[in-house]
Design a protein. Structure first.
Ligand code: ADP
Length: 545
């Protein structure tokens, strides 16, 4: 307990108060200061001297604002109301939190409760202040508030993830939230291209397009955000513009200083990276980096879910389409069957009647021809249905032998040309023979089907060209026509069973599916290029070895 030299001259009531509480005050952990009306320190307890590291004579006889704020004037201001002034003015208790500095200049928070000491007439003769260092509490509260804000950010991103947003919208929202939470000025999210090491920027905020272009122009292992996206490395830099690893002038000229970058990760799979940066010199804090890492991990999982959902939706849509086509096809097939059977039964009855009658039999041949054609149609239908089910169940068997793609194409062209005069069928091959080990009947079936389609879907005639080109390990066969062509949006489903585009022209929608099944089971590829109204080219390859 330190009692100042002003003690003697102070108000007797104040003196009596000091004497009564001095022993008790030294027992307290809280700091106690007794002041007269002129802000003079009349008494300071042990806890105060000890905590502040002051010697008794540094405090005794000085004014409170000199002691705690190092200022010659009372420290009343709108931001730091002085509890002493308030208690003197109001005659009642006052409580505030002040920011003080200890002898090392470290900022500390003080909870100050000032109570007036009054005489028997209610006149305030002095003030007793109880002070408690609440720096730890304040820091804990701040950390807790930050943690809550972090959790709120994370939560809002998780909630957004469940709202069925597109990947781009979700990441844009997340970046907004992250910048708000970290207080950074700029940010960008890079995503890895599927099945490749290259990156694309899905969203940038607060940085120029040139800056992002410069980053993307560099190899991924030469940028911090590239390393985060491809190697999972985390980066935290005080001054990005002066970091020795950053050499591209466009990147340094952007003027970014504090910088953090973390991977966007779904379990062990790296999807990309999130970068945030600030233009003022404040260093990013390690705790902010941890939060960003947590966001990167959560956001990665959400993005993976969004992707999964969208492929599930796509899959469901395709299943629905397939179901719809199958339903349609069932009616098309049964209609086709009924048609054939009606003709067959009509002509058989007709022939029977003719045979039973005594009429001349000269035109029986025509009827038999029709019966024969219908039987062939029926056979083809049955063959197609059998092929479809074999392909769908992966049971298509191939009988491989040496065959020649040029020879097979020539045969098909000759056969099909005999059936049309509106079309000119051409063969284009620089070699007489291009041979491989394939199922000859099946490959003939494919070429026949493609040439037949080229004719069928060129109702105004035109040229149909079959080209054969030997490549390194494969032969490329194409069938090009000048017919109706196919709209872009239809191309994706064209090789699915029962896919039909030109419904005005008769067909079952099985030919291309069967062609594709045959080519794929040979280890080849099949695709189409087409422009509506301009014609189509169907391609397939077959391995030569
Ligand atoms: P189908 O000809 O019996 O309908 P395909 O499976 O052979 O069955 O063909 C599926 C659909 O693809 C056809 O209905 C047609 O609309 C379209 N198509 C096929 N080949 C061509 C082509 N050369 N030109 C334009 N459309 C075609």
């Amino acid at each position: 307990m330190t009692v100042s030299r002003q003690f003697k001259g102070s108000h007797p009531i104040l003196q009596e108060f000091v004497l009564r509480c001095k022993n008790f005050a030294d027992l307290l952990y809280d700091e106690v200061l007794i002041l007269d009306r002129d802000y003079n320190v009349i008494m300071a307890n042990q806890a105060l001297l000890h905590n502040k590291g002051w010697a008794a004579d540094e405090v005794a006889g000085r004014r409170c604002h000199e002691v705690s704020h190092g200022s010659s004037e009372p420290c009343q201001s709108p931001n730091t109301p002085c509890p002493l002034v308030e208690a003197l003015a109001s005659g009642s208790r006052s409580r505030v939190t002040h920011i003080h500095r200890d002898k090392q200049g470290k900022e500390c928070f003080e909870d100050i409760a000032a109570s007036p000491i009054s005489d028997e007439n209610g006149n305030v003769v002095g003030i007793i202040e109880l002070m408690r260092d609440i720096t730890e509490e304040v820091e804990l509260r701040k950390a807790l508030e930050q943690r809550n804000a972090d959790l709120a950010t994370l939560n809002s991103i998780i909630v957004a993830g469940g709202k069925g947003l597109t990947e781009e919208k979700l990441l844009t929202y997340a970046l907004d939230q992250i910048l708000e939470n970290t207080g950074m000025d700029a940010g960008w999210i890079l995503l890895r291209e599927e099945n490749s090491r290259s990156l694309r920027c899905i969203k940038r905020l607060g940085v120029s397009e040139e800056f992002i272009k410069a980053i993307l122009s560099l190899p991924t292992d030469k940028t911090l955000c590239g390393l985060a996206a491809t190697k999972g490395q985390v980066a935290m830099v005080d001054n990005l513009s002066q970091d020795p690893r950053v050499t591209h002038p466009t990147i340094t000229h952007e003027g970014l200083r504090a910088f953090m970058c973390v991977p966007l990760r779904a379990d062990s799979k790296l999807l990309g990276s999130i970068s945030v940066a600030g233009r003022d010199p404040a260093s990013p804090q390690a705790s902010r980096l941890q939060q960003l890492v947590a966001i990167g991990d959560q956001l990665g999982i959400i993005v993976a879910n969004v992707r999964l959902n969208s492929s599930l939706r796509q899959y469901a849509h395709e299943l629905e389409e397939a179901r719809r086509r199958r339903e349609q096809s069932a009616s098309v097939v049964s209609h086709e069957l009924k048609g054939v059977l009606a003709v067959l039964s009509g002509y058989t009855q007709l022939l029977r009647k003719r045979l039973e009658s005594q009429l001349p039999q000269a035109d029986l041949g025509k009827g038999l021809e029709i019966i024969n054609a219908q039987t062939n149609r029926l056979n083809r239908l049955v063959d197609d249905m059998r092929d479809v089910s074999a392909i769908e169940s992966g049971r298509l068997t191939l009988v491989k032998a040496r065959c020649d793609a040029v020879g097979l194409s020539r045969d098909v062209i000759q056969g099909q040309q005999a059936l049309t005069q509106k079309h000119i069928l051409l063969l284009d091959s620089s070699e007489e023979h291009v041979e491989g080990e394939w199922d000859c009947d099946r490959i003939r079936q494919v070429i026949d089907n493609l040439v037949n389609n080229a004719i069928k879907y060129s109702p105004n005639g035109g040229e149909v060209k079959v080209s054969i080109e030997r490549r390194k390990d494969e032969v490329l066969v194409s069938v090009k026509d000048q017919g109706l062509g196919i709209a872009q949006k239809e191309l994706r489903h064209l090789f699915h069973p029962y896919a039909r585009v030109h419904k005005e022209i008769k067909g079952l929608g099985l030919g291309l599916f069967i062609c594709s099944g045959i080519i794929k089971s040979h280890g080849g590829r099949v695709w189409v290029e087409s422009q509506e109204g301009k014609g189509s080219t169907f391609y397939f390859t077959l391995p030569l070895r």
